[in-house]
Design a protein around this ligand. Structure first.
Ligand code: PMP
Length: 352
């Protein structure tokens, strides 16, 4: 049996030492962070070789793992940017109340920031969103208001209810991820810059889903500036009406299950002119791909990551050897343990 302490003596082969595997140099600068908020961003980019092979791709397929952010999603970036910008402008200070209508991940990002900085936080979220997100929000001390719908025309939708609360509660603020320029700017300034650094400035295709549109707009703008040949692929769930040309949204607005992407209207921050091509993906293909990413690549991503990856394996067929396709994985399976991770749920929904 292997010795528990080092019994290796100078002169004996290194392979005899129980410490030989520690020879790998520490690649990151390891230091103490002043707070969890300083760990937002700088997420890993991972090659997904089994998916590449299975779909016969010639190019490199790379996953930007945004669930490594402290709140577990891509939305930590715009959340921090919007709060810091409002503080810098003197609009908001600790002790005030942050209210936000959200499908959950911006809520988690804001609730985490509110907990650290000392704000009251009220998250208004459609009831279709997962219980896991509610539990995390409550754990972070946020008050959660559930609404029956997220359809903008309904006065009881999350956006309208949040507006009503803001009028009623003194010193309360809606940062409004759907309109706040800090949302796409956080991606223009951080996510896209990281990708350019991680890829040595060479990216041939970028694939992301669109919820508020902050991710695709911010990254798309920076990549078009720095890598003009890079194709920007927007991903929209079947049942949403955001994709162009409009014929892609055949059947019009319909219920879809995947969370965080797709809408019944075009959010202000979404600039569809940066998108070269839109792909539509069904709920079933989204969840099957997310499960495959978990099972085959060990990447514990969420449902909309499956949507983006399902679109990427189609769009990247046009790329050649030596080219690169980057896919954004917005959140983790932590938010969906009782949903697509569960075989029983998948069977009940008719996806298995
Ligand atoms: N996936 C998930 C799970 C999300 O919560 C969001 C944010 N709504 C997105 C994708 C899309 O991000 P964006 O709002 O930047 O378009």
């Amino acid at each position: 049996s292997a010795p528990s302490r080092c019994t290796w003596k100078a002169g004996r082969p290194l392979s005899d030492s129980p410490h030989h595997y520690q020879k790998k140099a520490l690649s990151k600068e390891l230091k103490i962070s002043s707070s969890i908020l300083s760990l937002v961003g700088e997420t890993p980019l991972v090659r997904v070789t089994k998916i590449e092979k299975a779909f016969g791709l010639q190019c490199e397929l790379l996953a930007k793992c945004e669930f490594f952010n402290p709140g577990g999603s891509v939305k930590d970036r715009p959340s921090l940017r919007m709060v810091e910008e409002a503080e810098r402008r003197g609009i908001m200070k600790p002790g005030d109340t942050i209210i936000e209508p959200t499908s959950g991940n911006t809520g988690i990002g804001l609730a985490l920031i509110a907990a650290v900085k000392g704000y009251r936080c009220i998250i208004v979220m459609p009831k279709a969103m997962s219980q896991e997100k509610v539990d995390i929000l409550r754990g972070l001390g946020a008050e959660v208001v559930r609404t029956p719908t997220n359809l903008l025309e309904d006065p009881e939708c999350h956006i309208r209810v949040a507006e009503r609360l803001r009028r009623e509660i003194p010193n309360s603020h809606i940062l409004d991820q759907y309109r706040n320029p800090g949302n796409p700017l956080s991606h223009y300034d951080t996510t896209a810059e990281e990708l350019l650094l991680q890829c040595g400035g060479k990216i041939d295709m970028f694939v992301a889903g669109s919820g508020t549109g902050g991710t695709i707009t911010g990254n798309g703008r920076k990549l078009k500036e720095k890598c003009p040949g890079c194709r920007i692929i927007g991903v929209d769930p079947e049942g949403s009406i955001v994709a162009l040309p409009p014929e892609l949204n055949k059947g019009g607005l319909q219920k879809f299950i995947v969370e965080g992407i797709g809408h019944d209207y075009i959010p202000t921050v979404l600039d569809r002119s940066v998108v070269d091509q839109w792909c539509k993906v069904s709920d079933k293909d989204s969840f099957l791909m997310a499960r495959r990413m978990i099972r085959e690549e060990g990447i514990l991503c969420g449902g909309s990551s499956g949507t983006a990856m399902a679109a990427a394996v189609r769009a990247a067929q046009s790329l050649k050897k030596g080219q690169r396709c980057v896919v954004i994985l917005p959140d983790s399976v932590r938010n969906y343990m009782s949903r697509f991770l569960s075989d029983a749920w998948m069977e009940e929904m008719g996806y298995l």
